[in-house]
Design a protein around this ligand. Structure first.
Ligand code: FAD
Ligand code: NAP
Length: 400
């Protein structure tokens, strides 16, 4: 008998979309309660999720699963199917000419080019369908959109364009890949795929501070996505940590919702572009705290109420009262599923041969943020996706 699944969500919440995609990929049905449209359900959600104050919150029967990350973690450790009551052992296989791994600007651009070259590409979205841009609001620097474009809308357009050229898009995360012999073997959930060539476009994932209290309060006041969870901190004081473009952008965004935003940075100069810095410095609702790190997140076990900071100049400690902390300290390239089969640089980015997308294994190409520790922009990712598809097409032609 199917289990009763409730997902508490809000509008414009990429993590809610991701959680729903995973449930849909399992073929289960769920009840979605949009708490923005039904504010009377807010208290019910907080009660059923043991104080959870981020979106989404997922409850299966009476079992509180947590948010999107917890749902995916259960799936990763093969526990979700059991909780959902799905336990088929059948393994299916399919062969393709080209598999693209990743659904960010790099992956979708590779798919558009490969599709037009009649390679009938198969693209695996990964857990973050649409990639990093789905966690942000307006993109003002992607050419062709003089008024700017919402990140989710941009990625949906790329998906539509890839589908137009017959890309088969499969929601799923590659857990293992065997590149030791051709055809390459790709494992996704219970299914096995083989492919003559592969494009790795797996991008990068948000980093956390790694302090113990961060894990304790993740989802209860600590978040890496201001556009998703800022909603919960309307009218409150919050902090954001980081000194790059993401921190600047999210700090500005939060001022639309919150009373005050502290921006905490470990140095006294920012890594962010000058335009983004200026926007933050000129915003009266943002107070910048330079030369400081977050030492501890303090709260009453249910909610965050304070941060303990430490000066990087004289080691002095101080506290600030806040209701939420947003972590915006960069990303780690997603290469762990490759299990060391492709060459990486010292920071874990995939290495490609000069000005091409060719990795150290013939037939395997890479593009986007996963090869780029320097530019990491949507347009550079898209450009390198084009190169990867063209390289794959030439290679397949030569190695028919
Ligand atoms: P990503 O967008 O990171 O996509 C990677 C894809 O790989 C995802 O779909 C993921 O699900 C998938 N994946 C990962 N592991 C696996 C796996 N094992 N199996 C299958 N799939 C997998 N850039 C700009 O140019 N302008 C901006 O305004 C801008 N704003 C930004 C705002 C924020 C908050 C952030 C974080 C970044 C922003 N960027 C911006 C940078 C931009 O988002 C990235 O440069 C771009 O998304 C990189 O594209 P990508 O395709 O390489 O990777
Ligand atoms: P980033 O540029 O790598 O910046 C990370 C910031 O976090 C740095 O300031 C770093 O400090 C700080 N940091 C790292 N680890 C830390 C730790 N453990 N504790 C405290 N602080 C820590 O990352 P990003 O801001 O996410 O940007 C990633 C890429 O996306 C960039 O290329 C950026 O240009 C792009 N992006 C573009 C836009 C846009 O154009 N509108 C918007 C967002 C992002 P240090 O400075 O001391 O190293």
């Amino acid at each position: 008998m199917s289990k009763e699944i409730t997902i508490y969500s809000k509008s414009n919440c990429p993590y809610c979309v991701r959680a729903k995609m995973l449930l849909e990929s399992k073929g289960v049905t769920y009840t979605e309660i949009n708490v923005q449209d039904h504010p009377e359900e807010k208290e019910n959600m907080i009660r059923r999720s043991n104080g959870g104050k981020t979106f989404p919150q997922i409850v299966i029967e009476d079992l509180h699963i947590g948010g999107c990350d917890e749902l995916y973690e259960l799936d990763k450790f093969k526990k979700l199917d059991t909780i959902l009551g799905l336990n088929s052992k059948k393994v299916e296989r399919e062969h393709h000419k080209l598999v693209i791994i990743g659904s960010g600007p790099a992956g979708y651009t590779a798919a558009i080019y490969a599709g037009r070259a009649n390679l009938k590409p198969v693209l695996f979205t990964g857990n973050e369908k649409g990639g990093q841009l789905t966690t942000t609001t307006d993109i003002e620097n992607f050419p062709g959109f003089p008024e700017g474009i919402n990140g989710v809308d941009l990625m949906l357009s790329m998906e539509k364009q890839a589908k137009k050229f017959e890309t088969k898009i499969i929601f799923g995360e590659i857990t293992k890949i065997d590149l030791s012999k051709r055809p390459f073997t790709i494992y996704v959930g219970k299914k096995v795929h083989t492919s003559d060539s592969v494009i790795v476009a797996t991008g990068a994932t948000a980093r956390y501070l790694g302090i113990p209290s961060e894990r304790e309060y993740k989802g209860r006041g600590v978040s890496a996505c201001a556009t998703c969870d800022g909603f919960f901190f309307k009218g409150k004081d919050v902090a954001i940590v980081g000194g790059g473009d993401t921190a600047m952008e999210e700090a500005s965004y939060l001022t639309n919702l919150c009373n005050k935003v502290y921006l905490i940075h470990r140095r006294e100069t920012f890594k962010a572009s000058q335009a983004m810095q200026d926007r933050v410095k000129n915003n009266p609702k943002i107070e910048i705290i330079y030369n400081s790190t977050v030492e501890e997140i303090l709260g009453d076990k249910v909610e965050v109420n304070q941060l303990k900071l430490r000066s990087t100049v004289n080691e002095a400690t101080s506290t600030i009262d806040i209701a939420g902390l947003f972590v915006a300290i960069g990303h780690t390239p997603n290469t762990s599923f490759l299990d060391g089969q492709l060459s990486l640089d010292g920071n874990g980015y995939l290495l490609v041969n000069d000005n091409t997308s060719k990795t150290n294994i013939p037939g395997v190409f890479s593009c986007g943020d996963v090869i780029d520790s320097n530019y990491r922009q949507a347009i550079t990712a898209a450009g390198s996706g084009c190169k990867a598809a063209m390289d794959a097409e030439h290679w397949l032609e030569k190695n028919r």
